[in-house]
Ligand binder design. Structure first.
Ligand SMILES: Nc1nc2c(ncn2[C@@H]2O[C@H](COP(=O)(O)OP(=O)(O)O)[C@@H](O)[C@H]2O)c(=O)[nH]1
Ligand SMILES: [Mg+2]
Length: 144
């Protein structure tokens, strides 16, 4: 699997996705600092929400091969500025999470917002049910 860094708001589902990608038991744990789990770098949501911390994400992403912008489909609040992906030194893809909690229009809106932020391709998953996870894993396991 590519070395991945997860970026996204507090509680959007980064840690749960990290656990799912690494085949770990899904246990709630507040992320207080940058954490490396196998080849996944999990980050606190505050790094995206507090704009003065954004540079920490950009610098830390140098360690990764792929950035994932994560967006909760069931939550209308988001912090991705248009074109934000261009600030990162590695490719940025998008993951809409919690699709089990949202309707089709919300999922579509979340995908569009991630595309606007410059993320491509964009996946839609539920870390709870596992829906969409195989496609994301397949993408992360491809070279280049
Ligand atoms: N229903 C549902 N809940 C989820 C999903 N992903 C995460 N959650 C829940 O959302 C909450 C925040 O998740 P967490 O992974 O800690 O978010 P983080 O702050 O981005 O790391 C937890 O209660 C998770 O169980 C999902 O795909 N579906
Ligand atoms: Mg977390």
């Amino acid at each position: 699997m590519k070395k991945v860094i997860l970026v996204g708001n507090v509680a959007c589902g980064k840690t749960t996705l990290c656990q799912r990608l690494n085949g770990l038991e899904r246990i709630y744990k507040k992320t207080q600092a940058v954490e490396v789990v196998n080849r996944t770098i999990d980050t606190p949501g505050e790094y995206l929400e507090h704009r003065s911390c954004l540079q920490n994400l950009v610098v830390t992403s140098v360690e990764a091969e792929q950035v994932l912008f994560v967006l909760d489909a069931s939550e209308s609040r988001y912090m991705y500025s248009p074109g934000l992906a261009a600030a990162f030194p590695v490719p940025v893809a998008g993951v809409v999470t919690k699709i089990d909690l949202a309707g089709e229009p919300e999922v579509r809106r979340a995908k569009e917002l991630l595309k606007l932020a410059g993320a491509a391709p964009v996946f839609a998953v539920s870390a709870t049910t596992g829906e969409g996870i195989p496609a994301l894993k397949a993408f992360l396991s491809t070279e280049g």
